[in-house]
Design a protein around this ligand. Structure first.
Ligand code: KG4
Ligand code: ZN
Length: 356
């Protein structure tokens, strides 16, 4: 099965062609992403209307490039690109997968309506995909660094700019939401605190880079809800604590790095504690991380270290960094493993979509 997949839930416009060998091993033939993040770096955050306008411009060229690259055709000849892509879509593609939520309404509409039009025009079935679940399914994309086979049951931690959620998976079909953030997401907290520190948006990667420079930390922030009995998170208190600290102190370059360390550490500690608690409660064989914050190497290393320290035989899987942040390959990965198609007339963008 060869799938054209489309992702436009936030400020990226992404298209990919994927196929699968076995049910759980997804091969990416092409993955093309255009982002308006440089535009949003100048505004310090995403302006939904700007994002959707850029996506409306980018969507057809991005899909065209993904189709051509899936057959190793370089998209250099503007005159014939569309003709060739049209032929590839007709001949190679078995289904179209698209993110239908959650996300920004204007952005989702660009992807969903494009997918619908292509589904109708080319007679291909359409597979609606939940963006959050897809973040975890990025772990099923095959690559040289990820030869291992993920086993059930597993616990999934989604940590992105908009979400922080813990889930338990018994099988691909049977999963359960365990808890999530009550206010800001982990990535959102990093981005908002980054803004207070005058760091470019999105701030997560820069905060990690600066935190790495700290060998002996001077300051410590509280990990919110670290001792609560549930699987919920809360990061708005951390944002408030950091804001108070930043206001009270003269922010030198040295102190900025220490704040980055303290913020990252406070987030990592609570993520690790609750994820391991969930894995133990449900006898998980694997922990899967997904979402933009899972690109954070310090988080992964700290989780590995803690599992080792507690002598727990639980494996960890994180997506390759390019598949951790928003991308269409993960949408294709979810659809290839869970290929439930619906009629094009029935798909609707759902910005508030959560877990069924
Ligand atoms: O999954 P994603 O691309 O978009 C959403 O669906 O939200 O996640 C974006 C988030 C941003 O908050 C960004 O700061 C964070 O992921 N991020 C990181 C790193 N790379 C991206 N956070 C911490 N460390 C990183 N290396
Ligand atoms: Zn995302």
């Amino acid at each position: 099965m060869r799938i054209l997949s489309i992702e436009t839930s936030c400020d990226e416009t992404s298209a990919a062609i994927v196929t699968n060998n076995s049910r759980s091993e997804v091969i990416v033939l092409s993955n093309v992403t255009a982002t308006s993040s440089t535009l949003h770096a100048t505004t310090g955050g995403i302006i939904p209307e700007f994002a959707a306008r850029e996506q409306a411009k980018a969507i057809i060229p991005v899909i065209t490039e993904a189709l051509l690259l899936s057959r190793s055709i370089s998209p250099t000849n503007i005159k014939t690109n569309y003709e060739k892509a049209n032929k590839i879509l007709k001949e190679d593609i078995d289904a179209i997968a698209v993110t239908y939520g959650p996300g920004l309404i204007g952005s989702l509409i660009v992807g969903v309506e494009t997918a619908k039009t292509l589904s109708y025009a080319f007679g291909k079935p359409i597979i609606p995909v939940n963006h959050l679940l897809a973040h975890l399914y990025a772990n099923f994309i095959s690559s040289d660094v990820k030869p291992e086979k993920i086993e059930f049951p597993f616990v999934g931690l989604i940590v992105s700019g908009g979400h922080t959620d813990l889930l338990y998976f018994e099988s691909h079909e049977k999963y359960q939401w365990l808890g999530g953030t009550r206010d800001d997401a982990a990535g959102e907290a990093l981005d908002k605190i980054g803004r207070l520190l005058n760091l470019a948006y999105p701030a997560g990667p820069e905060i990690e880079k600066r935190a790495k420079k700290i060998k002996s930390p001077d300051i410590k922030f509280q990990s919110p809800m670290i001792n609560s009995k549930d699987f919920d998170f809360s990061f708005s208190g951390l944002k408030a604590e950091s804001a108070r600290f930043i206001e009270k102190n003269k922010i030198t370059e040295h102190l900025r790095n220490h704040i980055c360390y303290a913020v990252q550490e406070a987030i990592i500690q609570v993520l690790i504690k609750k994820t391991i608690k969930a894995a133990l409660k449900y006898n998980a064989k694997y922990i899967l991380l997904g979402g933009g914050v899972s690109a954070n190497q310090t988080l992964k290393n700290a989780l590995v270290k803690e599992l080792k320290k507690q002598k727990l035989p639980i494996n960890i899987s994180t997506p390759k960094p390019i598949y951790a942040t928003d991308n269409a390959a993960m949408i294709g990965a979810y659809a290839a493993i869970n290929p439930t198609a619906i009629e094009w007339k029935k798909i609707r963008s759902n910005p508030e979509l959560y877990f069924a």
